[in-house]
Ligand binder design. Sequence first.
Ligand code: SF4
Length: 327
Amino acid sequence: MIQFQYTRATETKAAIDAISKDRSSMFIAGGTNLVDLMKRGIMMPERIVDISRLPLNQISSDDKLLKIGSLALNSAVAENKLVQQKQPLLAQALNAGASAQIRNMATVGGNMLQRTRCHYFYDTSLPCNKREPGSGCGALEGFNRMHAIFGFSDKCIAVHPSDMSVALVALDASVLVDGPRGQRRIPFIDLHRLPGDKPEIDTNLMAGELILGVEIPENTFAKNVYYLKVRDRASYAFALVSVAVALQIEKKVIKDARLALGGVAHKPWRLTEAERSLIGKPVSEFSFQQAAQIAMKGAKGFKYNEFKLKLAPNSIVQALKVASKLV
Ligand code: SF4
């Protein structure tokens, strides 16, 4: 274990000040990812600022937004009545993530900021541009079964591991952040970035910014949602492919649609063209097959993950069938 200083923040401003003054500092809340990374010598902050006591765990709603504080626990959000009634897709995605023990520790903010589970990233004896920029990408020519089929670069082909984030991007959520330059809202789709030439940077957060919470606009999807996660075992495994589906259906015709994939890119992968293709179509296997074909435009597999090129469209069709109650 590395040496580090520990500070506990009791106010948001103090937490932001502490991080802003010292680039080697990091926030910690549930610690379910950061502590692992520190134990393995992958991340080595000189100071960690414990934000777990900040008053950021409320869940509330008005007629426009469901608001969830960044320190709300994953389990508390998944079990919350407002979330289950208004945004059941989010509850499903949260319950698909990790194990019950981890959901009881992990926060919403930490969930969206968790780092990739690429095994080359976690093994410090192997090259990894995300861990050590310029060292190479072991996964490109290595065992890349879990890796991306969309949006990758020649520097990194890792995927983002969060299930919750796939639902949030489908639901048009926004993230409220505070930082040295004040508060701002980031559309969830812009929170995470593609690897490009800088795979070491996961998000578009600016230095010193703290996530205060997430806001999900009201919608008419509650009756027809489904989060499908395909993985190697039933619990505590990351997605090979996951699909978040939300539909508004009237008289067996699709009036509105949201679709996103997980386990396929460096960020949650929203499928807007496929969504548009569904609007006005009847609820049918044919409509869903067409949408899945559109969704896969631009996908490319690597040696060990070519199976995702079939698994992803099949999963999209299956998730659409379940969400629309066709099966
Ligand atoms: Fe590192 Fe990304 Fe390559 Fe994995 S895919 S080894 S995280 S650079």
